[in-house]
Design a protein around this ligand. Structure first.
Ligand code: DAH
Length: 342
């Protein structure tokens, strides 16, 4: 073999070795693999380094220089490649770590919504706030009631015609017809009178039940709020004044109220009360009256010593009016698109 050929062959072998080293650097899978590769390429016995000893076999100075320059250039290329790739891996690792350790707060903003109370709950809470502001205390009673508290104690004995106005749902419990789902919040009056001593200034919100087919203005389950005042010297004027004060505090100063004669078995005299909107339209709100002496006696209170007034009205319709809901059934279908509006 002529020396010329030998130089050519060595040059080519160097280029092949260089290219395969560069390829290996390019395809190293991570920083560790790259480091191992670097160690491997720097070894004395590595393919490229072995060419250095081949150089000694060359007699021509020129050939030695050619091969020497080729080896140096290859070594520079390889170390630059390792440096570049190391930089890339380090950057990747840093950005991976940042991604791993960072908290994605946008998720909180876009996916988690804060819920809110149902419009009937909102109305109930506002009513409670207003009455507490007028000096009332809040009381609650059970939804499953006795026939006695729901009717009898409220001056509606078994044969009373007013009972048929309440489409009652009875429970199969105890004596037939003795336990029911309360048809109004008025039985809580009896419970409060029995467990508290006068003076009583109480409001009693809660869920009530009637055998009714749902339509745009009726639901078989709805909400009422009851008011009861029992004290010495309470008159009808206190009732009218309280209704007026409540109307202004709850609906606003441009509203007013009126009482119309009516009948309820548990009050005497009885009235219905309406509120007047700023545009002059009257809206029926509920019933009220002076607590019937029989009802005071049912609650263990002497009607000769104490008098009182009571009132009661529906909450759902107020919420419906306030939010201009067309169909009361929509309030209970649990459709979030509807509920989220309020
Ligand atoms: N309980 C009656 C009803 O459900 C409403 C009512 C009327 C309550 C007059 C009262 C009252 O306290 O005095 O229709």
């Amino acid at each position: 073999m002529s020396e010329q050929n030998t130089v050519g062959a060595i040059s080519q072998a160097i280029e092949t070795a260089r290219d395969s080293a560069l390829q290996a650097i390019k395809s190293a899978s991570d920083l560790d693999a790259l480091r191992a590769l670097g160690v491997e390429l720097n070894k004395k016995e590595s393919q490229l380094n072995s060419f250095k000893s081949d150089m000694g076999k060359l007699s021509s100075v020129e050939d030695k220089r050619t091969i020497g320059q080729l080896l140096n250039a290859a070594a520079t290329l390889i170390s630059t490649a390792i440096e570049t790739r190391t930089g890339e891996f380090t950057e990747l690792e840093i950005s991976n770590r940042i991604a791993r350790e960072s908290l994605d707060l946008t998720e909180l903003l876009t996916q988690r919504r804060r819920g809110h109370s149902h419009i009937v709950t909102q109305a109930t809470q506002r009513l409670e706030d207003v009455f507490v502001g007028l000096g009332f205390q809040i009381a609650e009673g059970p939804e499953v009631e006795t026939d006695f508290n729901n009717f009898e104690a409220l001056n509606m004995p078994k044969s009373h015609p007013a009972r048929s106005e309440f489409d009652t749902m009875f429970l199969e419990y105890g004596e037939p017809g003795s336990v029911l789902l309360r048809t109004h919040t008025s039985p809580v009056q009896i419970r409060v009178m029995k467990s508290w001593k006068p003076p009583i200034y109480a409001i009693m919100p809660g869920r009530v039940f009637r055998r009714d087919t749902p339509d745009a203005t009726h639901m078989p389950v709805f909400h009422q709020i009851e008011g009861l005042v029992v004290d010495r010297g309470i008159t009808f004027a206190h009732l009218a004044g309280t209704i007026e004060a409540f109307t202004k505090a709850f609906f606003g100063d441009d509203f007013s109220s009126r009482l119309r004669p009516s009948f309820f078995p548990f009050t005497e005299p009885s009235a219905e009360f309406d509120i007047r909107r700023a545009d002059g339209e009257w809206i029926e709100l509920g019933g009220c009256g002076m607590v019937h002496p029989n009802v005071l006696r049912s609650g263990g209170i002497d009607p000769e010593e104490f008098t009182g007034f009571a009132f009661g009205f529906g909450i759902d319709r107020m919420a419906k009016e306030r939010h201009k809901v067309g169909d009361i059934r929509e309030m209970y279908t649990n459709d979030l698109r509807f509920l989220r509006q309020f």
